[in-house]
Design a protein around this ligand. Structure first.
Ligand code: GUN
Length: 290
């Protein structure tokens, strides 16, 4: 069993990005600049955004964090987005999700200029991804593809079962792996909460992408010997033995599933760190596209 080490791979990627920034600087070119908008004080969102800003510093990007109060109106947020769209120094920006309930998330996603949409959430970029055209691929699926590629995991002709159909992970993952591309050419099944015969499907799968957001959902008894396991879950679960009062749990029961797996991503240290590295890669791309 091989651990797909997202921590190490993301460090390699960040070193490569830092090297590219050094070269841009040496050539007197612009350094990439990422902005992040955070509305409210959700604990997990604050942690993710601060990790993204820290990662920018690490690779030599400029970064701007815009923190807005929970009660910010939709109109005010759309104004902030418009400012970022028009700011020539900002190469790319993200609005951290989820947003407070009074704000229409889709409206916000559509307000981000597609050329600065380094999250790859805008319908124009999702459309390009679907057509296998160059675009910003959303960071989590992009990170998984990169991990599969760098570990030379064979995907061609394999049966992939993606559990979860979210716009951010499950859906794009299923599209990417079915495409003619590196870590693609697979036969893909998308399973979700209404799927009736999940066990039947997972027992047939060569690769399982667990992205449903239920801690330790996937157990060893519904996985066949030699399966490649990608765990996208990052749920905070109460744990009084921890100083901070919680632990991060994946969607996979590592204990039982790792005994059957050929490759497996751990949580933490698997898909999570890759997501941040790919956001940086998209931002470098946005800067170079100019
Ligand atoms: N919330 C959870 N994942 C993401 C992400 O990749 N981007 C943004 N903007 N918000 C998120």
């Amino acid at each position: 069993m091989v651990i797909l080490d997202g921590k190490k791979t993301s460090t390699d990627l960040k070193n490569e990005i830092a090297e590219a920034v050094k070269q841009l600087k040496a050539q007197g070119k612009k350094v990439p600049h990422l902005a992040a908008v955070l509305v409210g004080t959700d604990g997990a969102s604050m942690t993710y955004v601060s990790s993204k800003v820290k990662a920018c510093e690490l690779v030599g990007f400029n970064s701007t964090l815009i923190e807005l109060p929970e009660e910010t109106s939709e109109e005010k947020l759309l104004q902030e987005i418009s400012k970022l769209n028009n700011d020539i120094d900002i190469d790319g920006f993200i609005v951290q999700l989820p947003l407070p309930k009074h704000i229409d998330e889709q409206k916000v996603i559509m307000a981000v200029h597609p050329d600065k949409d380094v999250d790859g959430f805008h319908p124009v970029n999702v459309g390009k991804l679907t057509l296998n055209l160059p675009t910003f691929i959303s960071a989590t699926p992009y990170g998984i593809m990169e991990l599969l590629e760098r570990y030379n995991v064979e995907t061609s002709g394999k049966h992939v079962v993606v559990i979860g159909r979210s716009n951010i992970v499950g859906r794009p993952m299923s599209i990417l792996m079915s495409q003619k591309r590196k870590a693609g050419d697979a036969t893909v099944t998308v399973a979700h909460s209404r799927t009736k015969n999940l066990k039947e499907l997972t027992l047939q799968a060569d690769i399982i992408v667990a992205a449903l957001g239920i801690p330790e959902f996937l157990k060893g008894d519904i996985v066949k010997e030699g399966t490649v396991i990608i765990d996208v879950g990052i749920t905070r679960v109460d744990d009084t033995t921890k100083k901070r009062g919680y632990r991060i749990a994946g969607d996979v029961d590592f204990e039982t599933v790792s005994k059957k797996a050929s490759y497996i991503t751990p949580v933490p240290g698997g898909v999570g760190p890759m997501t941040i590295a790919m956001l940086l890669k998209n931002t470098l791309q946005a800067c170079q596209n100019k």
